[in-house]
Design a protein around this ligand. Structure first.
Ligand SMILES: [Zn+2]
Length: 181
């Protein structure tokens, strides 16, 4: 059994440094992991969000998204819980023009513009593969933030694409299911 130290430690300069760890990314190259990636994720009960165990998991999810680099040198712009072996309806996405990842719990997407944009995508769970995918240009997302507080916001362009890609993961859908010529 692996023992890990959890919690936070305060450095002398006053900055709180997380003890978060890098999580293993499930890929379709492993048949068992591929079948896990096809699961439909479960909603997280609101009371569970504030719990220490879940907060540590969210720190680890963000830490992994921030620090992962693929063999081809790509970094992550989003990461879903299912991709690190937890079938709960949670993902993080990179906020545009920043290095901050935002957590979305139990997100619901409303399409507010029927315009579709085709652009290139890749996925940490599908190594060495890229493809063109059509996504809605503008969406409204209702979700719980990492404190369990209800949020509703409009996202467009790249952020909207990232959210739709991660939201598909929570439904067991991979971008390679949606490739356009
Ligand atoms: Zn992905």
């Amino acid at each position: 059994m692996e023992i890990s130290i959890k919690g936070i430690r305060r450095k002398q300069c006053g900055i709180i440094e997380s003890m978060a760890k890098l999580l293993h990314i499930y890929t379709i190259d492993n048949p068992e992991e591929e079948s896990f990636l096809r699961r439909i994720s479960k909603d997280v009960p609101k009371q569970e969000i504030e719990g220490e165990e879940f907060q540590v998991f969210l720190d680890d999810l963000i830490y992994t998204a921030q620090n992962i680099i693929t063999e081809e040198g790509y970094t992550a712009s989003g990461l879903s819980a299912i991709q690190v072996g937890r079938d709960v309806n949670v993902f993080c996405i990179l906020k545009e023009n920043s290095s901050v990842f935002e957590i979305m719990v139990n997100p619901v997407i409303d399409i507010i513009s029927p315009t579709l944009i085709i652009d290139r995508e890749g996925c940490l769970s599908i190594p060495k593969t890229e493809g063109q995918v059509a996504r809605f240009e503008k969406i409204k997302v209702t979700y719980l933030d990492r404190n369990g507080k209800k949020q509703r916001a409009v996202f467009k362009d790249l952020e909207a694409r990232e959210i739709q890609h991660e939201h598909d993961h929570t439904k067991g859908v991979l971008f390679t299911d949606k490739l356009v010529d």
